[in-house]
Design a protein around this ligand. Structure first.
Ligand code: C5J
Length: 220
């Protein structure tokens, strides 16, 4: 049963059975006051605007029986999976250091967890990723292949970093990605704008951009 998403630069056909909702890194460290994102000097209210539309898309996907996948960026407590080059990034606050929500981007710490509003439920895979892209050193591709998934609705943070990296990785692996623009967030409004423009440029070079209302209308 083919359906159509209203999207830019043109409508995208999809089958709900071969479509998954992928929510990228909606973790306390990135989205909540007192986390890693804020420790880096960012205004988290700019990314929190994505929470309510994500909740609506998540509820619709769950009600429709669509596959839902969550990702978390983070590392082992001993940091053995963190490239030394990544450890030196941040400027002020570094991965593994103690933050207000526990050690920053360390698996099992409060800040690493997914925000309560979008918390995974039983049956939803949670992908722990050491990089920005959700395919790098994870079993995401295997899981998607096992379920014959072809289309990804990609939400989460941040638009220009982990969302964009994941969309590019997915595109190279043959998936069609659609990004509801109000369900992704950046600490930098200009990055939000251009990250979305880059995806849909040149006839959907990496994917399609849409809106939560169009996604919900098409899948409910
Ligand atoms: C960042 C992410 N921005 N999830 N991570 O470091 O986008």
């Amino acid at each position: 049963m083919t359906r159509t998403f209203n999207a830019d630069p043109f409508a995208l056909e999809f089958n709900p059975v071969t479509t998954a909702l992928v929510i990228i890194d909606m973790q306390r460290d990135f989205v909540e006051p007192g986390g890693f994102g804020e420790a880096l000097g960012n205004d988290v209210s700019l990314v929190r605007s994505a929470i309510a539309p994500c909740e609506k898309v998540l509820k619709t996907a769950r009600d429709a029986g669509m596959m839902v996948i969550h990702t978390r960026e983070g590392h082992r407590a001993d940091l053995t999976d963190c490239p030394p080059a990544k450890l030196t990034r941040g400027g002020k606050t570094f991965i593994g250091e103690k933050g207000p929500k526990g050690r920053i981007l360390i698996r099992g710490e409060e800040g690493h967890d997914i925000i309560p509003e979008l918390y995974p439920i039983a049956g939803e895979a949670v992908i722990d990723k050491p990089g920005k892209g959700a395919f790098y050193q994870t079993d995401l591709h295997l899981i998607l292949q096992n379920h014959s998934i072809k289309t990804l609705i990609v939400c989460g943070v941040t638009t220009e970093v982990c969302v964009n990296t994941t969309v590019r990785e997915a595109n190279d692996r043959g998936y069609e990605c659609i990004i509801p623009e109000d369900c992704v967030g950046s600490y930098f409004p200009e990055f939000q704008k251009y990250a979305l423009e880059m995806i849909k440029a040149q006839g959907a070079i990496f994917g399609w951009v849409s809106h939560s209302e169009h996604i919900i209308d098409a899948i409910k």
